[in-house]
Design a binder for this molecule. Sequence first.
Ligand SMILES: C[C@]12CC[C@H]3[C@@H](CC=C4C=C(C(=O)O)CC[C@@]43C)[C@@H]1CC[C@@H]2C(=O)c1ccc(O)cc1
Length: 238
Amino acid sequence: TTKLSKEKVEITKEQRALIKAILDAYNRHQIPQDVTKKLLQEQYSAEENFLLLTEVATSQVQVLVEFTKNIPGFLSLDREDQIALLKGSAVEAMFLRSAQVLSKKMPSGYTEVLEERIRKSGMSEEFITPMFNFYKSIGELHMTQEEQALLTTITILTPDRPYVKSHEAVERLQETMLDVLRKLCVLQHPQEPQYFARLLGRLTELRTLHHYHVEMLTSWKTNDHKFTPLLCEIWDVQ
Ligand SMILES: C[C@]12CC[C@H]3[C@@H](CC=C4C=C(C(=O)O)CC[C@@]43C)[C@@H]1CC[C@@H]2C(=O)c1ccc(O)cc1
């Protein structure tokens, strides 16, 4: 392993441009202020909390679509595959986003308010526990902005989503991003040679959350909660 850590890791000019394009897109696409302001102002009740979370979820899906369109190479994929990747990764990208948001303290108290509303939104304890465990495990990594943006990109470019036809094209794109992230991790966390592997381990954890999410939506639905048309479409909820 000493040879590996001695390896001269070099980020090429193209890779630097790729990181910049993805980071700019990631920072440019955030949910609008008026939505986050509502989260801070509206009163608390399980009903109100669910409605607010539904609103931020809907807004987040729109943000995710815009961000994805800015991933270099994404728009040159087959159009139906673009839809399949978005639908297949929306939940994971959303949980990654929430983990990144909830693991950083905000002066406005947004994080605390958001956490409170999630805990009191009619979601059962069996989903809250794994969700907050995930938030903690992401928080412990202290990811840089670039790492967060690249990890989200890698999640979106997962080739084995349902209905993806040109598997290889997506795999090639994902591998490009994985190579950049691997180099970034070596350069930004020199003391932690296993840091890159830990990041990828979080993607596996994300997939288990995806499973919980389906049950979470179903339990909300049985308690007669309404979702927006966009959420129904992206998550195939009837
Ligand atoms: C995922 C989630 C909706 C989207 C929220 C997330 C918590 C934190 C966030 C932070 C955001 C930001 O600051 O940018 C954007 C929205 C998200 C990502 C919620 C936790 C549970 C909830 C949910 O699954 C849900 C699903 C369907 C609903 O109708 C309501 C909630």
